[in-house]
Design a protein around this ligand. Sequence first.
Ligand code: 5GP
Length: 178
Amino acid sequence: MNLEEVDILFSQEQVKARVKELGQQITRDYQGQNLLVIGVLKGAFIFMADLIREINLPLEVDFISVSSYGASTVSSGEVRITKDLDHSVEGKSVLLVEDIVDTGLTLNYIEEIFKKRNPANVKICCLLDKPSRRRSPVAAEYVGFTIEDLFVVGYGLDYAGKYRNYPAVCILKPSVYI
Ligand code: 5GP
């Protein structure tokens, strides 16, 4: 990590400990269910990889990739699915894993699509939550950390495609983008 470019918000150890707690909570809550964990690419891939190894249950994984339609549709939260699921969600307990919930528009859209496909239930697990920015009523059942309105990178989150490999959750220093 280049500490001239970032400040650490949550260290690798803090993240690891919190992910472990989330995994334990999910393990307790999903006993006896047909669990399908779905990661929203790309940001969730590192969180998802660590999280599922803390869930002590039989489970399946799948991934979805989405992109916004552009400025005019950002407000409607309409997103384009660029990679859909490989498997059916019918009858499954779906746990959507996202890196961060910001306005909530993306997840709200994905959640609505999945609900039409007859899953047993759909819940959300996010590493980070910025509730002050919410524009769509998304409530995550499992939240790693609630944060202020900050732009963060690392642990899967990028800025201009970079920093995803930083093991901590970091705040970009203004000198990087000004
Ligand atoms: P939403 O539809 O909730 O506004 O968008 C969530 C998506 O916006 C996240 O999956 C992420 O890709 C991006 N995003 C929101 N806040 C941040 C942030 O602080 N840092 C980074 N790297 N991406 C963010």
